[in-house]
Design a binder for this molecule. Structure first.
Ligand SMILES: [Ca+2]
Ligand SMILES: [Ca+2]
Ligand SMILES: [Ca+2]
Length: 612
């Protein structure tokens, strides 16, 4: 009943008041707008999941090489209707790449290959893209995958942070390989020049990886020639010597880091042939084998450099003009090889003459070009000695001057020209000397000058003395002085012996001192060495004061540097025997004078009688 009553009241209310209709319509409109907005935003929220607009593209090929660059582009679109805040794209660059650049540097944070592009607000329906470039690492193993894992978008709506993962299917496979084809083998002869017995050679194996991948487990082997000996402590890089080979096992040959493996060998010193000394080296990497070889030719040489020439005076002692010189040449091969053909060249030196047919006949010939002898000889074995000889004469034209005969011989061998050490011999010159003994009857009536000459020539066998007795009986010093220029100087004597005074002694005035001085002075000015004989002993009336004249002689001699010959003392030993008449020399006396003069004069002569 109550309900019925209320319902009736309600119907009455509607019937009576129409305002509720407007209220109802407004209410319905409000509700409908709320529902509409709610559903609109529910259908079109901010959204980055539409794969048509949100994806990663890249210029990745199926295969790439170390060092290649890859560009990735990340595309995004807010397919919703509402703005998002703090939109960011985060990703990690692919393994085995390095970041190079991006066009979006201003919003990019790069932390060790973790990239974050902080884009910021993205409105509804707004599109965008960021990019970056990476480079594939070099070296890199073949088959390595370069893979971009995808990216994460993050953004905020109000207080909510949302994420979106974008997958990428961008994979490139690395194609790479080591390249060891630059493998080089060198032989270095340590002392340069040609390769000789006992030389040290260094073998250098230069390994370079010019590829784009490190080479693992490389084996290098170098095979020695049978003609060399290893120097074990010269092997580098822990190489091992075994069975005539040096072996290196190398874990890794990195690219662009050339490495040199080396060792040294000594060429055996007992080889007798000019061998080829070869080294073959191989480099093994996987199935690849690279082989290199190097050859050096051994050079052997004859060595005639210890050959010598000798000169001998055939009759011994001094060598005088006209004498024979024996020449001996000893050619020695101290080398490593037989000398097949060599030539001994012997110019006859100045001052000597070849004695015809005196030379060793084998291979000999005369050459006008060298004015000498040439021997063309063959086959001088290792260790062998060959002797050739000939004779020369010291030329007579050296008779006055003397001289030196010097040989300059040489040998032309397969190992070049060898100059033999030169040798010399002195040739003594003969002496030719003019001596004048001037004076009075002590010369004119005596043969002591002749005896003196004989004594000189007997004592000096290579000297020839022209000893002139220039004397007149009764002459005084003034007579000698008067005729000096015309009778003495004309001979150009090298020695002058003066014997005056005996006739000057006495009552007659003679001017002895002045005249004797003049003679000495003139003789000196000829360049002669001057000797003055003392006078006496005299046993003759009015000549008792002869010692005064000897004093004058001594004084003048001292003044002019002349030599006083004291014949007085020996003659005084036996005046009766040595003087015939109290003044003149007996035959025995002449001999005493001759020997006395000789003993003085010879003190002023050299070893072969030359004037000193
Ligand atoms: Ca050498
Ligand atoms: Ca001699
Ligand atoms: Ca003579």
């Amino acid at each position: 009943m109550v309900i019925e009553k209320m319902y009736k009241r309600f119907l009455k209310y509607i019937k009576d008041d129409k305002r509720w209709i407007y209220l109802t319509v407004i209410f319905i409109l409000v509700v409908m707008a709320s529902f509409f907005t709610y559903y609109y935003l529910k259908i079109y929220p901010p959204n980055f999941s539409d794969e048509r607009f949100n994806f990663i593209s890249g210029n990745t090929n199926e295969y790439s090489k170390p060092g290649d660059q890859i560009t990735y582009i990340i595309n995004y679109k807010n397919t919703g209707k509402k703005v998002v805040e703090d939109f960011a794209i985060e990703l990690k660059i692919p393994e085995h790449t390095v970041f190079i650049s991006s066009n979006n540097n201003e919003i990019l944070k790069n932390t060790n290959g973790k990239l974050a592009f902080e884009v910021g607000n993205v409105k509804g329906n707004e599109t965008g893209a960021v990019n970056f470039i990476v480079e594939v690492e070099k070296p890199l193993d073949n088959g390595t995958l370069i893979k971009l894992d995808g990216t994460k978008f993050s953004y905020k709506i109000g207080k909510d942070t949302l994420n979106n993962n974008i997958n990428a299917d961008l994979i490139s496979t690395v194609e790479s390989s080591p390249n060891l084809s630059n493998f080089k083998l060198e032989a270095v002869d340590e002392n340069g020049g040609v390769l000789r017995l006992g030389d040290v050679t260094q073998y250098k194996l230069i390994v370079e990886n010019t590829g784009d991948m490190d080479a693992a487990n490389v084996e290098i082997k170098s095979n020695l020639s049978e003609y060399v000996d290893i120097i074990e402590n010269s092997i580098t890089d822990s190489g091992e010597y075994k069975d005539s080979s040096v072996l290196w096992s190398v874990d890794s040959i990195e690219i662009n880091k050339p490495e040199t493996f080396s060792f040294k060998v000594t060429v055996k010193d007992n080889l007798s042939g000019e061998e080829l000394i070869a080294n073959k080296s191989t480099l093994k990497y996987g199935p690849n084998i690279i082989e290199k070889s190097v050859e050096e030719k051994l050079s052997l040489f004859s060595d005639l450099t210890t050959s010598e020439a000798f000169l001998y005076d055939a009759n011994g002692r001094e060598l005088w003009p006209g004498e024979t010189i024996n020449v001996k040449i000893i050619i020695r091969n101290t080398g490593e090889k037989t000398e097949r053909g060599y030539r001994v060249i012997c110019p006859i030196p100045a001052g000597a003459t070849y004695i015809s047919k005196s030379g060793t006949p084998e291979g000999i010939s005369w050459s006008d070009d060298i004015r000498g002898l040439i021997w063309d000889l063959k086959e001088l074995e290792i260790g062998e000695e060959k002797e050739i000889t000939f004779k020369m004469k010291a030329n007579e034209d050296l008779v006055n001057s003397g001289g030196v005969i010097t040989i300059h011989f040489k040998i032309e061998s397969s190992n070049g020209e060898i100059e033999l050490p030169s040798k010399s011999m002195n040739v003594r010159g003969n002496v030719n000397m003019t001596i004048v003994a001037m004076g009075d009857s002590l010369i004119a009536k005596s043969n002591w000058v002749q005896t003196f000459d004989e004594l000189l020539e007997a004592n000096y066998s290579y000297a020839d003395y022209n000893t002139i007795a220039s004397a007149k009986s009764g002459e005084m010093a003034r007579d000698g002085n008067a005729r000096f220029d015309s009778t003495v100087a004309v001979h150009n004597p090298e020695i002058v012996i003066i014997a005056y005074g005996t006739n000057d002694v006495g009552p007659r005035s003679s001017g002895f001192t002045a005249n004797l001085e003049s003679i000495v002075s003139k003789a000196k000015s000829l360049g002669a060495r001057v000797f003055i004989n003392l006078i006496g002993p005299i046993n003759w009336p009015n000549k008792e004061n002869y010692p005064d004249y000897n004093n004058e002689i001594r004084r003048i001699a001292a003044k002019y540097g002349a030599v006083v010959i004291d014949v007085l003392t020996p003659l005084s030993q036996n005046p009766g025997g040595y003087l015939s008449d109290g003044i003149h020399y007996s035959s025995a006396g002449a001999s005493v004078v001759a020997h006395t003069v000789f003993s003085y004069v010879s003190q002023y002569l050299g070893d072969i009688g030359q004037r000193l």
